[in-house]
Each structure stands twice: as structure tokens, then as C-alpha cells.
Design a protein around this ligand. Structure first.
Ligand SMILES: [Zn+2]
Length: 472
């Protein structure tokens, strides 16, 4: 029998607010345990939550970009359960009236993934097991960090589609400034719901849920493993049990955590401490108008408006800070293709050499624009410019000061070049004779000698010209 895999995703995304969803504690990642907390986010009795407006703004922005219908009147509910990382014993979330519903994401090749809903909620804390003490410690820094949860319909049929969707989602949310989406810091994590059924069947099979997968590699491998496990069970005539399973990266396998709970188990009810969220038409219009240009639109524009090759446009828009940097360069007068070459070559090269993210780079567009302008004006040759670039990269140093201090300005004085040519010709009679006998290689050698004499700072074009003229 041929089997079909059916997958739905629940993606949790930490929002890029400065403060938490219901208090003014910082959302900064890390920090000593329990130092980013207050009575509200530690769930002390008698405290009251106050909704952070920025959370609503980011959730609505994400909803709009994912083509959702925004709920003008939404509400928060309490999801009740006890766990040591949740000191209130309930999580404030949205069940009955989520802020956005019915969206869609195109993932290429004609495939569309439908978004069932997008809702706001608070994150829980973290439990850290200390193997030396053989104790589990609670860190509440993450309690109350704002999240959106994006729930898709079961529209995926393979791991590749899931990864294409997540890449698109990540790119979109980063461009919107909704989240940094750093998977290694847990800013974007996925629950995968998976079932299998005979190909062609309209009925869904029994599904399992794999929780908190936080790398594309883990997601891909968990999907492949779990689909195979379910197919093997069914082929042996055994049932698939609805349950939550954990992916064990080291063992390359999933194992059962607990039988699947239903919404009823959480005794959801409207949170009496928080008023409903009412959004006016004017507010929604304002956020819709403020949606930034996304990566896909930029890729098209870079090719049509600035004539970049498709490859360059894709590379530069792959990270929003690079695209911002590129556009700033162009606005400072750099020719688009030249700016693109420097970004794809030197900028990416130095970022990787220093182990830096594009967003953390000290180098500013005016510095690189100045360097490129010096090359254009014939004041620096390309090789020297690369050396200057490497020298100023880490500190965004002053290009002109560096060039002056190191005497790097290109020798464009024809008299100086002619003088060096004469000296080289006099000292290399054999090469001159070889060249005149038709050995072109000798010419390259002579150019190299002249460049050396001029400390590599001459314009190669000018040296070539003077030598050709002199040798007839
Ligand atoms: Zn707090």
C-alpha cells in the first residue's frame, strides 16, 4: 500500500518587544536565573496583568503579513495546568477569540499552506536539571515573554514542504521586525502534528504530536522518523496511539511522553483580569499601511529597478540587515552591482571570518560607500581597497585617515609610473628580449616588477598602458 503523510504545524515565536507581555520586566535573553522577574510574572497572588500594546501591534502585523483576517474584538483566556515552570498554574493565552484567523502562506511551486489561527500568549519559565545536585531548578526569566502561536491546517505532505514554510515564515517575521527568530535561543520553535493514511483517502489518521523542535535538521529528521514508525505500526496491523512524543536528537528517534490531552483538560475560561482587546478600523489601517517591503518584493525590485542578477538579489535579501545595508549603499551613490559585489564578497567574507551576524556588524554603509568611491575615482586600486576594508571592518574606522596614515593612495602620476617602467626595463633586459620575441608571459612579469617598485599602489591599467607604449 502507498501511504500519505499529513502534517500540521504549531509554531511558537517570541516577539521582539523590550518588555514582557503583562509587566515591565525585560525580555532580554539570558541573564542570571530569576533576575528578570517581578511579582506579576512570578505569579504572586494579588498582582494584576497589564497588556503590553506593542504585543498587539506585532501580533496584528504578523497576522496581516500572513494574509489573516484580524479579529477586531479578541480576548484572553486562562489555560489551567500545573507545572513547576508556570508559577500561576495557568497560562494566559487565547482559545475562543484568537487575534487572527484564516491566513495563507505561499511556499513556492504553486503550494499554499493555510493558517488556521494566530494567537497571543505568554511563555513559561525554564526548568534546569543540575546533574551534580540531582535537583531540578526553576528559572522564571522567560515567564511572561510574549509569544504568538501560529497554527496551520494539516496541509503539509513532506518534510521539505515544512522546511520551505518555516523558511518563509522566518524571513517574513524577521523583515517585519516581529521576532529575531533565533532558533538556537528558542525564539522560534515548532510542534509537529503528524499522521499517515492510505494515499487517496480523505479521512485523517490518528496523529501524534512532537513538541518543541528547535532546528530545521531536527524537524526534518523527526518527520521522516515518525512517518516511518507510524507506517510500520499500521502495516503490522497495530494502532497508532494519539500521544505527545519527544524527539531525541542523540538517539535519532521519538519516544512517548504522555497521552494527548484535549482542550477540555485545561478548563479554559476567559481571563477576568484582562479586558477584551478592541481594535478600531483606523488602527488596523495604520498597521496595514506600515507593513514594510518583504524579501520577495525586494528580490523583484533589485532585478527590475537596479538590474541585479537573480542570484545577487537572493543573496542580499537572505538577511534583512544585508538588504538594509545594500539599500543604504545605493542611496549614498554606490552603483548597485558594485555594492552587491562588495557585500557578497568582502562583507560576507569578513562576517564569517569574525563569526558575526550581519545585524551585529560595526561597519556602516557610509564607510564602505566612501571606500568604493575612492576605487571609482582611481585613488585606490582594488587590491589595496580590500586591505583597507579588512582594516576598518571591525571598528568602522575612517577610510581616508587609514589611507593617508599608511600612504596607500594609488600612484596615478604618469611621470612616476614612467620612471618605474624605465628602471624595470633597464634591469630586465632578458625579459624585454623575450617579450619582443613573442613571449607574452614576459610582459606579465614586467608589469609585476613595475607594480612592486610602486609598492602595489599603481593603477594596473596605467602600468599596462605605459609599458605597451614603451615596448612598441
Ligand atoms: Zn515581571
Amino acid at each position: 500500500m502507498t501511504w500519505e503523510t499529513v502534517i500540521g504545524l504549531e509554531t511558537h515565536v517570541e516577539l521582539a518587544t523590550k518588555t514582557k507581555i503583562f509587566c515591565s520586566c525585560t525580555t532580554e535573553f539570558g541573564g542570571a536565573p530569576n533576575t528578570h522577574c517581578c511579582p506579576v510574572c512570578m505569579g504572586m497572588p494579588g498582582t494584576l496583568p497589564v497588556l503590553n500594546q506593542k504585543v498587539v501591534e506585532l501580533a496584528v502585523t504578523a497576522g496581516l503579513a500572513l494574509n489573516c483576517a484580524i479579529t477586531p474584538h479578541s480576548r484572553f483566556d486562562r489555560k489551567n495546568y500545573f507545572y513547576p515552570d508556570l508559577p500561576k498554574a495557568y497560562q494566559i493565552s487565547q482559545l475562543y477569540l484568537p487575534i487572527a484567523r484564516n491566513g495563507r502562506v505561499d511556499i513556492g511551486e504553486g503550494k499554499t499552506i493555510r493558517i488556521h489561527e494566530l494567537h497571543m500568549e505568554e511563555d513559561a519559565g525554564k526548568l534546569v536539571h543540575d546533574p551534580w545536585l540531582d535537583q531540578t531548578l526553576a528559572d522564571y526569566n522567560r515567564c511572561g515573554v510574549p509569544l504568538i502561536e501560529i497554527v496551520t491546517e494539516p496541509d503539509f505532505r513532506c518534510a521539505e514542504e515544512v522546511i520551505a514554510y518555516l523558511e518563509k515564515l522566518k524571513e517574513t517575521l524577521q523583515y517585519l521586525g516581529v521576532s529575531d527568530c533565533k532558533m538556537q535561543e528558542g525564539s522560534l520553535r515548532c510542534d509537529v502534528n503528524l499522521s499517515v493514511r492510505p494515499a487517496g483517502s480523505a479521512q485523517l489518521g490518528v496523529r501524534t504530536e512532537m513538541k518543541n523542535l528547535n532546528s530545521f535538521k531536527a524537524i526534518s529528521r523527526a518527520i521522516v522518523y515518525e512517518a516511518r514508525r507510524q507506517i510500520e505500526l499500521l502495516e503490522e496491523g497495530k494502532p497508532v496511539v494519539q500521544q505527545t512524543r519527544r524527539w531525541d536528537e542523540n538517539k535519532d528517534a521519538t519516544y512517548a511522553m504522555r497521552s494527548k490531552e484535549n482542550a477540555q483538560d485545561y478548563r479554559y475560561f476567559p481571563d477576568p483580569d484582562l479586558p477584551p482587546v478592541e481594535l478600531s478600523g483606523a488602527y488596523l489601517d495604520r498597521l496595514r499601511a506600515a507593513l514594510p517591503e518583504l524579501a520577495e518584493a525586494k528580490r523583484v525590485r533589485y532585478q527590475t529597478q537596479w538590474g541585479l542578477p537573480a542570484y545577487d538579489a537572493k543573496m542580499i535579501t537572505s538577511q534583512k540587515p544585508l538588504a538594509d545595508f545594500f539599500e543604504a549603499l545605493v542611496s549614498l551613490g554606490t552603483k548597485p552591482k558594485q555594492g552587491a559585489n562588495w557585500i557578497m564578497g568582502q562583507v560576507l567574507g569578513q562576517l564569517s571570518a569574525h563569526g558575526l551576524e550581519a545585524g551585529d556588524m560595526a561597519l556602516t554603509p557610509p564607510t564602505l560607500a566612501r571606500l568604493i568611491a575612492l576605487v571609482e575615482a582611481g585613488k585606490l586600486n582594488r587590491n589595496t581597497a580590500v586591505k583597507v576594508f579588512e582594516a576598518v571592518f571591525e571598528t568602522d574606522g575612517d577610510v581616508d585617515a587609514y589611507v593617508a596614515a599608511h600612504g596607500l593612495e594609488q600612484v596615478s602620476d604618469a611621470g612616476l609610473v614612467a620612471e618605474a617602467v624605465e628602471q624595470v626595463l633597464a634591469a630586465n633586459e632578458k625579459s624585454v628580449a623575450d617579450y619582443k620575441a613573442g613571449k607574452e608571459k614576459a610582459f606579465g612579469f614586467l608589469v609585476g616588477q613595475v607594480m612592486r617598485r610602486l609598492k602595489g599602489q599603481a593603477s594596473p591599467a596605467m602600468v599596462n598602458q605605459v609599458l605597451r607604449d614603451r615596448l612598441g
